[in-house]
Design a protein around this ligand. Structure first.
Ligand SMILES: [Zn+2]
Length: 214
């Protein structure tokens, strides 16, 4: 698949595109990605990459020379971008994870480590949430809406004693989790070490959830 989500097929050094992706026919006609190249072939599915696909060449005369490294380069870049967007991994780790037993000619064509590093940092910056600036006094605290929700989109900021409270405190939790308190053993624990500036400590309430044996 190409990055623009348009199906693209790679076959022995050449890329093909699907000019009519939604045709009703069961035969999918692919043309060389280069506009004035007349090479064509067909498949019986457009689900490229999901299954083994047989590609039947109808015209194998290309005007361009094959590029056997382009596919690996694309895959490499996609992997870096996806990992950078979806993890907090350091660039070094992502670069290590992207390593494959490439052939020498592919290795020579891949971006340098520092180019990869830059691409990763750029992607991570782009995906970084916009946190409000560190408040100086308790009354300045304003929790942005997106931090009031859990990752599952449930209400997460349960209670806020308000900006006029000299001893301001906030309670975070979900309604679903609060239900557990009803029947469970509750353990409380506090920690000073990870409390944010302006706060003395964070108090946790943990519930022991037990499955009844049958
Ligand atoms: Zn071609």
């Amino acid at each position: 698949m190409s990055q623009k989500k348009k199906p693209q097929l790679f076959h022995i050094g050449f890329f093909y595109k699907l000019p009519n992706p939604n045709s009703n026919s069961t035969k999918y006609i692919w043309r060389c990605r280069l506009n004035n190249c007349k090479a064509t072939g067909y498949t019986f599915t457009d689900k490229i990459g999901e299954t083994d696909v047989k590609f039947y060449i109808t015209n194998e005369i290309h005007i361009e020379t094959p590029d056997n490294t382009r596919f690996e380069k694309l895959e490499h870049r996609l992997f870096l971008k996806e990992r950078a967007a979806n993890s907090d991994d350091k660039p070094r780790k992502i670069i290590n994870l992207a390593e494959r037993p490439y052939e020498d000619n592919v290795l020579a064509q891949l971006p340098s480590n520092s180019a990869d590093r830059q691409a990763i940092v750029r992607e991570q910056k782009r995906n970084k949430p916009q946190y409000p600036k560190q408040p100086e006094i308790l009354s300045e605290i304003e929790v942005p809406d997106w931090l009031k929700m859990s990752l599952k989109n449930e209400d997460f900021l349960f209670y806020d004693s308000g900006p006029s409270d000299m001893d301001r405190f906030l309670i975070f939790g979900t309604r679903q989790n609060l239900k557990l308190v009803e029947y469970a053993n509750i353990f409380c624990d506090g920690t000073f070490s990870v409390a944010p500036k302006l706060f003395k400590y964070i108090l946790f309430m943990l519930c022991l959830k037990m499955k009844l044996s049958q």
